[in-house]
Ligand binder design. Structure first.
Ligand code: CP
Length: 335
């Protein structure tokens, strides 16, 4: 089936067979990394926020496929972009995303966008208007390189890594474990991890303190995914209970939707939760689980060195698989 010109905003927008097609190609490209499939093609990467893995893996993927990637870092040699429709642009932003998307579409063959939330107003920011704006106005495919709600490329690399190490995903227990972190972080990675695990039939447990439950719309989709795939979904507010029998422990910190924009108050609550950390003792509660984290990670805050450096840690395989799945994605969707 042709995937040409498809946007990737969330894995939820794609049929399971379409996701499988990209994952199958990623496995092939991992064995045979170099081709000229994207010769003379250009990917524009618009970064509103910093990156190590996303930027370097996309650029490498284009290079290894015979194409070229252009890095456009907002505010660093690239105009600040307005994303509200119909706004009077008399503020900081010199260009509208409508114009940027249309112009880049005339030059190249796909646009990737990283646009984190401002962490001020959940109701407003959950609309994900920047990535949606690019998808609406570009005539090339648009790839979400992490927005307010989703990080689909991370999710694809994650499920590829799970498949490589567990062989099958159905009925395996995936625990998304909230961890303490000194800062309130976005929810795109945990949302996408729970969505992809449930999509691939894993029994999906979200372990988090009550105040840190994910947005109800995401929980609803995770539940629906589990129902469709014959697996179980549970939210457990006790990390030890949640970890029992886990095959995968996916650690991640995120800020509370309930305290969104009210971070001083949230910090008081969060500071009481420092024992929400993945330690060797916690891993002993599991079914000899593999440890996963999208990186970057704060060592000995989120996870102890003894776990992340253990033979059960998949963090570097996960990071490497970003390259292979994104190359497969670019080979599949670029026009
Ligand atoms: N996991 C991930 O997206 O890493 P970067 O933020 O470094 O791109």
């Amino acid at each position: 089936m042709s995937l040409k010109n498809k946007n990737l905003v969330s894995t939820q927008d794609w049929k399971k067979e379409e996701l499988d097609q990209v994952l199958d190609l990623a496995i092939k490209l991992k064995k045979k990394p170099f081709n000229k499939n994207l010769a003379n093609k250009t990917l524009f990467m618009v970064f509103f926020n910093p990156s190590l893995r996303t930027r370097s893996s996309f650029e490498t993927a284009m290079n290894q496929s015979g194409g070229h990637a252009v890095n456009l870092a907002i505010g660093q040699g690239m105009w600040k972009l307005e994303h509200q429709e119909g706004t009077v642009m008399n503020g900081e932003c010199a260009e509208h995303i409508k114009d940027a998307a249309k112009v880049l579409s005339r030059y190249g063959n796909a646009i990737g966008v990283r646009c984190f939330p401002e962490l001020k107003n959940w109701k407003k920011e959950k609309n994900d208007s920047i990535i949606k704006g690019f998808a609406k106005h570009a005539s090339t495919p648009v790839i979400n390189m992490e927005s307010t709600l989703y990080h689909p490329c991370q999710a694809l690399a994650d499920i590829m890594t799970v498949k490589e190490h567990l062989g099958k995903t159905k009925k395996k227990k995936f625990v998304l474990a909230w961890c303490y972190h000194p800062k309130a972080l976005p929810t795109a990675v945990p949302n996408s991890a729970a969505l992809i695990a449930s999509r691939y039939g894993m029994d999906t447990t979200i372990a988090c303190p009550k105040e840190f439950e994910l947005d109800p719309s995401i929980i609803k989709s995770v539940k629906e995914n589990c129902k469709l795939n014959g697996s179980k979904m549970e939210i457990v507010n006790d990390m030890d209970k949640a970890l029992k029998g886990a095959d995968i422990v996916y650690a991640k910190s995120w800020g509370s939707i309930n305290y969104y924009g009210n971070w001083d108050e949230e910090k008081i609550l969060r500071n009481k939760l420092k024992d929400w950390k993945i330690t060797k003792q916690k891993m002993q509660l599991t079914n000899n689980a593999k440890f996963m984290h999208c990186l970057p990670v704060r060592r000995n805050v989120v996870v102890d060195d003894a776990v992340i450096d253990s033979k059960n840690s998949l963090v570097y395989d996960e990071a490497e698989n970003r390259l292979h799945v994104q190359k497969a994605l670019l080979n599949s969707i670029m026009r």
